[in-house]
Design a protein around this ligand. Sequence first.
Ligand SMILES: *[C@@H]1O[C@H](CO)[C@@H](O)[C@H](O)[C@H]1NC(C)=O
Ligand SMILES: *[C@@H]1O[C@H](CO)[C@@H](O)[C@H](O)[C@H]1NC(C)=O
Ligand SMILES: *[C@@H]1O[C@H](CO)[C@@H](O)[C@H](O)[C@H]1NC(C)=O
Length: 526
Amino acid sequence: MRLIHFCSAWLLLVFIPRGCHGGNILVLPAEGSHWINMDILLEALHSGGHNITVVRSNKSWYIKEKSSYYNTYTVQVERNLDQEFITKIIFDYIKFERGAIPLTSFLNTAVGMIGTIVDVHSTVGELVSAILDDKELMRILQDSKFDLVLTDPSWGHGVILAKYLNLPLVYNVRWLIAGEAHLAIAPSPLSYVPITGSGHTDQMTFLQRVKNVLLQLINLIQNQVVVKLVYQKLCDKYLGSDIDFNQLMLDADIWLMRVDFVFEFPRPTMPNVVYMGGFQCKPAKPLPEHLEEFVQSSGEHGVIIMSLGTLIGELPHDLADEIAAAFAKLPQKVIWRYIGERPVTLGNNTLLVDWMPQNDLLGHPKTKLFVAHGGTNGVQEALYHGVPIVGLPLIFDQPDNLHRIEVRGAGKIVDIFSMTGDIFYQGIQDVLNEPSYRLNMQRLSRLHRDQPMKPLDTALFWIEFVMRHKGAAHLRTESYRLPWYSYHSVDVVLFLAGAVLLVLFTFVFFIRCLCTKICRSKVKRE
Ligand SMILES: *[C@@H]1O[C@H](CO)[C@@H](O)[C@H](O)[C@H]1NC(C)=O
Ligand SMILES: *[C@@H]1O[C@H](CO)[C@@H](O)[C@H](O)[C@H]1NC(C)=O
Ligand SMILES: *[C@@H]1O[C@H](CO)[C@@H](O)[C@H](O)[C@H]1NC(C)=O
């Protein structure tokens, strides 16, 4: 009897999909590490009973053509963001930073990067044209009756396609074309909202606020340049010249934001922004046998794991040698994801791997420390599992992500550009031997996990919400349709100031008239 109950309960669970079933979702993902978290979302959507279709290019780097949980359409392009492209950007950047002084480094990030950014987005532009010019594909997409478009708006192709197909739009987002997404959609007082790249917290001195404002200006300029050179042209060509790309970008129904306020500094937000930070995290699974054996062999000292992310598999030789030498001095065992040439100073306590089950390792009770570059995925996983971090940030948002961990006392940043083996060794020792780092990270982990719904379930709920209601227009503010002077009420202030002045003038004029009259009558009387 019990068994039958169990079976029928199980059948119910399997065959009655949650809430809204059989949705049809078109996905336009961004390449590289951004795909990793999109992939997790897609797998979950598929398990929720939805049909997923991904549009990719024949040169896609991370996005596989064959998958058990999504269908693909592939278009032909000449160029794409790929390993070679990214490795070159990062190597140039490391080379520059290692010889740089603060001002040149600031200018390099601000101005030098603009060519690179435009280049990356030009390849996205070519992808947009390849999709929209493919008449056969567009016919299929139009006939497919999709319920919504899911995209990562750090690339602009999903935004344009959603408008072209006239579909509701959901973002899996942290970045827009230039800068953090909140800055575009929510009011963001620069007095306490630190700009990415500033390395500031939400408490800034006057000079820090000056730098903050300058950085935001640079973001705005970068955005305008890219939009003007790439995306606005595409809008004009395919959507009609009355469509403004910047407005289109802000027109999305739901913004699934890949942060939460355990990680991010508190700031104003919007009704259609939904927080799903840490949605990629899950409890650890058992390790493969050879790794488990290696981890157990560490005894009471435990294990340190190091990964500089999927984009940065290798480092300049001398740097890798310094890191390996520092590891060799430790009593702990080390698992290091590294695909470059084997460092000559590598100790026998260090295992080089070209891939590792990072989440499962971070969740292993023997793991004492995570040496990380500070990509969002890795930082969120460390936070979820409560493992303190020694950060070696390189580029993009990495310094700022790690800074958020450092100011909460849950990790320490070591400057990779000026680092020697000894400095690195000292950094590791500090975090290992001072218990507060681990305790603070575990506190963050408890805060992060204490939510009414798991972040991934929240994300799925809102995607299904948009499908059920064919959008979420009622949550969207009208702010982005306003010109800047109306948004900031500059016109109203000017009008009111004018009115006050007018009244004052009239009053003064009247008084003067009165005075002259009284004076005149006085003179007459005398
Ligand atoms: C799922 O999407 C693919 C590709 O768009 C389409 O061929 C297929 O018919 C869809 N399946 C369902 C059940 O809607
Ligand atoms: C992708 O398509 C382009 C343009 O047709 C072609 O030149 C290129 O060789 C293709 N690349 C791959 C990897 O198939
Ligand atoms: C590893 O190296 C240390 C010192 O170089 C040595 O004492 C130890 O026996 C070595 N262990 C193994 C398993 O080779």
